[in-house]
Design a protein around this ligand. Sequence first.
Ligand SMILES: NC(=O)c1ccc[n+]([C@@H]2O[C@H](COP(=O)([O-])OP(=O)(O)OC[C@H]3O[C@@H](n4cnc5c(N)ncnc54)[C@H](O)[C@@H]3O)[C@@H](O)[C@H]2O)c1
Length: 317
Amino acid sequence: MGLIFRFDFLIGGAARLIRRNRRLNEPAKVLTRIRSPLPGRPTKVSGLRPLRLIYKVMSNTTPIAVITGAAQGIGRRSAEVLASRGYAIALNDLNSTAKTQASVRAAGAEAIEVLGDVSSEADVARIADAVLARFGRVDVLVNNAGMSFIRPTEKVEAAEWRRVLEVNLTGPFLLCRAFAPTMLRQKLGSIVNIASIAGLAGLAERAAYNSSKHGLIGLTMTLAAEWGGRGVRSNAVCPGWVKTEMDAADQIRAGYTDEDITRRIPMGRFATVEDIAQAVAFLADPKLSGFVNGETLRVDGGWLSDFGWESIRLRSR
Ligand SMILES: NC(=O)c1ccc[n+]([C@@H]2O[C@H](COP(=O)([O-])OP(=O)(O)OC[C@H]3O[C@@H](n4cnc5c(N)ncnc54)[C@H](O)[C@@H]3O)[C@@H](O)[C@H]2O)c1
């Protein structure tokens, strides 16, 4: 014999459960999504369908984050931190993200891998299709994949210049464009672009890298202006020096030392991937940063705030 449920009562209960148990992006919006197809009166539902519906409603409300360059470094830690905050994660990289997948799942979150080159239009279309086919929505896009390039400017080939711009700037543009229709339809989304303090100042022998990061900050501010009124925020994180594989390779290539960096930074240390990932999580979450749009958040231990010379800096430590 079929049971008769008051459907709106059921939905109200499910929504209360969701609010209590999950860190939702915008509960009010979820409620609107749930209620909108209903005529506003009790509905007859029988058998197991109510339970299936509750499960579907709850699983649909898990926020989804896409993170590029997630096999290691800042991307991996950002995935882990967002997973611990209740996001399901789509992990992109050129290389296997197996280690990141394992730690995301260990944090109790769902992870899918979508390999591909962010600078390739075809790869980005495939990445977006795979994410939307699996989750049907996207709440956060972290454009983290990037490459370093250090060479005296007079020796940089045009092809090298183009490659850096394609990965560090065209890639984020392609991903923003691919996920924008969904975010704009949802009237909800947060784009977090991992730029650099190299996007806010100059540094010798890094013309292509610095230009790409300056460009990424320009893209961030433009999208903030264009999409902010439709619920999609865009912000940039600007790390200073972070201890990752990228820095290790750069030190060998460019011949600088840990001490060169730590003596220059007021706080006297490198950034950790945790420092950057927490900034990403802050900008991702509309409850924490809902009116922050077009911002460049420096996580550099005060590097750019300090124009003093070394002896005065070291004397004040
Ligand atoms: N490490 C630093 O000191 C530092 C400082 C400022 C900004 N950043 C920026 O932070 C981001 C992450 O840096 P990291 O230190 O973790 O670097 P990393 O080299 O350790 O990791 C970068 C990841 O991006 C992936 N990747 C590179 N090109 C790709 C492409 N075309 N498509 C898809 N994936 C690609 C790599 O395979 C790698 O897994 C980069 O955008 C970098 O410019 C790093």
